[in-house]
Design a protein around this ligand. Structure first.
Ligand code: NDP
Ligand code: KAL
Length: 257
């Protein structure tokens, strides 16, 4: 396992704290031998990240600020990464945001601003970071984003985020075609519900975990480590024939009627 991503340099976006899916991914990538670079938005996330890395004994290659709402911030971050690290082999996109008041009630009530915010941060950001990251993937590579079943089906309260995730999943396919000629693969993991900072306080979350425990073939909840290992697989040569794919890591919940 330790050699799966040996000598690979991978950029991880979206660690906010120890519950973040991106933190589960970090541990899997580290165990697989990867060198890691991190991006963060809020200073608070950077502090949490640095504490976690120290505690886990992970020595990051770089920690760089990157607000995916801002093209200049993205370009600046990847220029710094290129200048310091040179070639990268992977990118993990684990970032999403919608206003809390749009994550309840009817989707029909979504405001134009709220719609655009969700699309901007949660879907367009993958397009923008893929464009910058591919320039540094001179030896080919893998890009993995995080999505949810609400992209495919109507999940109460997920609303505007479901529509943003539908755009994200479609972007995975279109981007896979664009960058495939450079030997870069683009895939998504569709995770079951995991209690993270983002999930905190959003309506209907607990019921979603109960539904997995009752209805999913494996009858147990999904955790960050399971998503981490699936992401490590998709970034590795084991998945060299896989691109444009959405891999469900949800105890099989999505196959049930
Ligand atoms: P977290 O709250 O731990 O992570 C969300 C991250 O998004 C934070 O690190 C946050 O950074 C970052 N972020 C938000 N806006 C921006 C921005 N403008 N620029 C840069 N970073 C930004 O939650 P999760 O780990 O749950 O979420 C990670 C991904 O997993 C998301 O795409 C989510 O939709 C997806 N997902 C989550 C599931 C779950 O059940 N938790 C299920 C399926 C998918 P900061 O705090 O520094 O602003
Ligand atoms: C059906 C589910 C129940 C929950 C409904 C909506 C969940 C939306 C996810 C979205 C990413 C949440 C937010 O954007 C929260 C935001 O409005 C407030 N939180 C923050 O600003 C915190 C501090 C920062 C760190 O968060 C972000 N995002 O920056 C869906 C469940 C079952 C599965 C989930 C949670 C899916 C998912 O996409 O996260």
């Amino acid at each position: 396992m330790h050699s799966l991503l040996q000598d690979k340099t991978i950029v991880v976006m979206g660690v906010a704290n120890n519950r973040s899916i991106a933190w589960g991914i970090t541990k899997s990538l580290h165990n697989a031998g990867a060198n890691l670079i991190f991006t963060y938005r809020q200073e608070r996330s950077k502090q949490k990240l640095e504490k976690l890395l120290a505690k886990e004994g992970i020595d990051p290659k770089m920690v760089v600020a990157c607000d995916v709402e801002d093209d200049e911030s993205i370009q600046h971050a990847f220029r710094e990464i290129g200048d310091y690290a040179g070639t990268i082999h992977g990118l993990v996109h684990s970032v999403a945001f919608a206003n809390t008041d749009e994550l309840q009630g009817e989707y029909a009530d979504t405001s134009r601003d709220g719609y655009l915010t969700a699309q901007n941060i949660s879907a367009y950001s993958l397009v923008a970071v893929t464009r910058e990251a591919r320039k540094l993937m001179t030896e080919g590579g893998g890009i993995v984003t995080q999505t949810y079943l609400g992209a495919e089906r109507v999940v109460p309260n997920y609303n505007v985020m479901g529509v943003a995730k539908a755009a994200l999943e479609s972007s995975v396919r279109y981007l896979a075609e664009d960058v495939g000629k450079d030997g870069v693969r683009v895939n998504a993991v569709s995770a079951g519900p995991i209690r993270t900072l983002s999930a905190k306080g959003v309506a209907g979350f607990n019921e979603k975990v109960s539904a997995i425990e009752e209805k999913a073939p494996l009858r147990r909840p999904v955790d960050q480590d399971q998503v981490g290992d699936a992401t490590a697989f998709l970034l590795s040569d084991l998945a060299r024939g896989v691109t444009g794919e959405v891999l469900h890591v949800d105890s099989g919940f999505h196959i049930m009627a």
